[in-house]
Ligand binder design. Sequence first.
Ligand SMILES: [Zn+2]
Length: 249
Amino acid sequence: MSAASLEIVDRWFAVEPVDERITRIIEPHVHEFVRGNIWQVRGSARDLVIDCGLGVAPLRDECPALFANDPVLVVTHAHLDHMGGAHEFDDRRAHAAEPMGDPRGASIRGAVLRDELGLDEELPDLLITARPAGFDPDAYRLRPAPATTRLVDGDAVDLGDRCLRVLHLPGHTPGSICLFDEASGTLFSGDVIYDDVLLDGLHESDRDDYATSLQRLRDLPVRVVHPGHGDSFDGVRLRELIDDYLAAA
Ligand SMILES: [Zn+2]
């Protein structure tokens, strides 16, 4: 398909309030394989932003509220659909095993991305169904955005009135992390777990690590999961998904 024939849209992002503290932002005109969730968590001292989309359109122009309260950006892992907008943030945090400063190959062309990631399943030729004005899919690259803070397991991300704990849970990628708000039982899970087939066969994936990570997650007092893709779910569904994965492993 010719990229030039794509419809041009004025708004690239869709903003969805979840509750009084949490907002979800998605990219609706993106194939679901790379349609990641951007989560904003408001804190008394500063806000937290978890992941930042493909970097196809600038977040700062359309979603200035993300930048209003001295945001900490935590990137759960450096895949294109999670780190694309990272260069827009001053405070960028990720695990050292994720190549934020020298990003992995990325493409809006399905066949190219499939090879770059080591994916088995087929993808459509173009991974977007519309485009912002001026965006050329074939010129798409991830902008390097080295982490300004390297996270390790057990680190805290302090927002003032709430504090989230970093969990290093490798498997999908070597430096995949989740953030857990112990006070409310809220887990931001990135691509460690979501309610669909888990990708454990990419070039950088490790199935043994993945199983160990999910075992660890299973024992946590999680009440709600806000994942890297798709809709949120509860702790019961979390443990079902983990059990299904481990039974098939
Ligand atoms: Zn991923």
